[in-house]
Ligand binder design. Structure first.
Ligand code: NAP
Length: 344
């Protein structure tokens, strides 16, 4: 028997990717339903070789739906995810609305798949922020080998992380620069074309941005609350793919060669590290791929037991849609969906 799956936000960047990934991985669904706001009612979206007509979230009855992949932003999620969960459908939520709720597991399957069992309290499972997802996939095997004390991470995040309107803004600003037209700024606080912006999400009282705070809180929740992490999150004029420069201090020695060997056999990771021209990964090449790519693994000789590396992944896939579908696969493989119905 297959499952009934709803994708909320099916017209958005992440939702469209979710539909592609469900089809690519032949997720055992008998029926897939595409949902969005009233603005998109009747619009058509692709699901494998099928076309789905978009239905409206507000009027949809979830009582016979098994899994809802929710990707419609924090406000819609706060309003809808608890209600959908109460109807017995398990919500896998891409927004930050429930990530820090103690009754909601925050899951990256390569890192903490076992924690998924705690979902029955609210029938909601949270997907992490895109920059945290790829980071913890890389950190987990290194933490197991030598215990991480502290991480310093700087991100280079693509505009697709801010939604489809943000991609349009980079495109239209780039065109305007070339045609000497007016460069219109709506989504970003400064021009993004041919520029970089050290500001993602809102500022907090301590001077960090919410995006930076999320990386700290989510790494602690999924990996280890004892890890100290400090982040600088930067938006760059790239359409798809986030990159990160990562500095790690360990309790015990770990050579670049040992780290390379560990990462080569880690789930979800591919090491591309040739120490020659082009022997590393860039976001452009990672777009459309599932792996978290690690390059430039080298010693940081300025601290005891330090390493630096470069980490790249497709933010719409591992950072959002792929991770959500992998969580759904964990629910199916561990036969946890009936538990959700009983909990409701
Ligand atoms: N992009 C990433 O890398 C990434 C990574 C991790 C998490 N996320 C999270 O995933 C969510 C979606 O991101 P996105 O990049 O896909 O955004 P997006 O491209 O702007 O798409 C937003 C989607 O949500 C729908 N929507 C908005 N308000 C709604 C409402 N009230 N009711 C029903 N549907 C509604 C939109 O439908 P209409 O077309 O009808 O407006 C659209 O389908 C956000 O919470 C984001 O923080 C994104």
């Amino acid at each position: 028997m297959g499952y009934k799956v709803a994708v909320v936000g099916a017209t958005g960047n992440v939702g469209r990717e979710m539909l592609d990934i469900l089809a690519e991985r032949a997720f055992p669904a008998d029926e897939v339903v595409a949902l969005a706001s009233r603005r998109s009612q009747g619009q058509e979206v692709s699901f494998g070789d099928k076309i789905l007509k978009v239905k409206v979230l507000d009027t949809y009855d979830f009582s016979d739906t098994d899994i809802c992949l929710m990707s419609a932003g924090g406000e819609a999620s706060k309003e809808w995810s608890p209600r959908i969960g109460q109807s017995g459908c398990v919500v896998i939520d891409n927004s930050s609305a429930f990530r820090y709720d103690a009754d909601v597991p925050l899951i990256v399957p390569e890192v903490n798949a076992d924690a998924v069992e705690g979902f029955t309290k609210r029938n909601i499972i949270a997907n992490p922020n895109c920059s945290t997802a790829q980071l913890v996939v890389a950190l987990k095997p290194l933490h197991e080998a030598a215990t991480i004390k502290r991480v310093v991470v700087s991100t280079y995040q693509s505009v697709s992380g801010a939604g489809k309107d943000a991609m349009d803004e980079l495109f239209s600003q780039t065109r305007a620069v070339f045609t000497a037209g007016e460069v219109v700024q709506k989504k970003f606080t400064k021009r993004i074309a041919f520029n970089v912006i050290p500001h993602i999400d809102v500022f907090m009282e301590d001077g960090y941005t919410k995006e930076e705070w999320k990386m700290v809180a989510e790494t602690k929740k999924m990996l280890d609350p004892k890890i100290k992490l400090t982040a600088t999150a930067v938006r760059v004029p790239v359409f798809i793919g986030h990159a990160e420069s990562v500095n790690v201090e360990f309790e015990r020695p770990l050579s670049p060669e040992q780290a390379t060997e560990i990462l080569r056999s880690a789930p979800g990771v591919l090491v591309i590290d040739k120490r020659e021209n082009g022997g590393y990964m860039t976001p452009h090449e990672a777009a459309g791929e599932d792996a978290t790519y690690i390059s430039r693994i080298r010693e940081d000789a300025t601290v005891e037991n330090g390493l630096n590396f470069w980490c790249v992944s497709d933010n719409l896939r591992k950072g959002a849609a792929l991770n959500a579908v992998q969580i759904a696969e964990v629910l199916v493989n561990r036969k946890l969906l009936n538990k959700a119905k009983r909990a409701a």
